[in-house]
Design a protein around this ligand. Structure first.
Ligand code: 5GP
Length: 139
């Protein structure tokens, strides 16, 4: 069973496609958070970011990089929030990697991504050192 985004890419269900190339496609979100809310996907199905091979990741970033200023211009936005919900725990609903380009406007009340989090963890220096060392050793 292919994902809803694969069905869009295949033309099996309608969408307002705004860009496509060999490896990627972009279309308007059906339930936009703001005017111009655009989703960018790899045409091939990968569920999460770490499933995406490096060459496709590069193509995906190229499309994001191309579209961010274009979307901003199209809706006269003051900025954009550009984000992936990566994994169910992060709120990902469609299991096909997609980047949200959400146009932002002065005074739109949306806040930064920091505003999604209530209480922040109280980490001491040792804990931060351990986390940094762990990430560095795996990177
Ligand atoms: P997620 O929560 O997985 O990061 O975001 C999925 C996004 O896909 C949501 O913003 C939702 O509005 C959008 N979406 C879900 N189904 C469809 C669809 O059939 N067509 C389009 N264009 N967008 C969809």
């Amino acid at each position: 069973m292919s994902t809803i985004f694969s069905q869009i890419v295949e033309g099996e269900i309608p969408a307002r496609i705004v860009y496509e190339d060999e490896a990627t496609a972009a279309f308007l979100d059906a339930n936009p958070l703001s005017p111009g809310h655009t989703l960018v996907v790899p045409k091939a199905e990968y569920e999460q970011l770490d499933d995406v091979p490096a060459d496709v990741a590069a193509d995906l970033y190229d499309t994001i990089h191309r579209l961010v200023p274009v979307v901003e211009e199209a809706v006269d936005a003051d900025g954009t929030t550009v984000a992936f919900n990566n994994g169910e725990a992060a709120g990902q609903e469609v299991p096909h990697v997609h980047c949200h380009i959400v146009p932002r406007f002065e005074g739109d009340g949306g806040g930064p991504i920091h505003s999604m989090f209530g209480q922040r963890p109280d980490l001491d220096d040792d804990e931060l050192d351990d986390i940094a060392a762990d990430i560095e050793s795996r990177a």
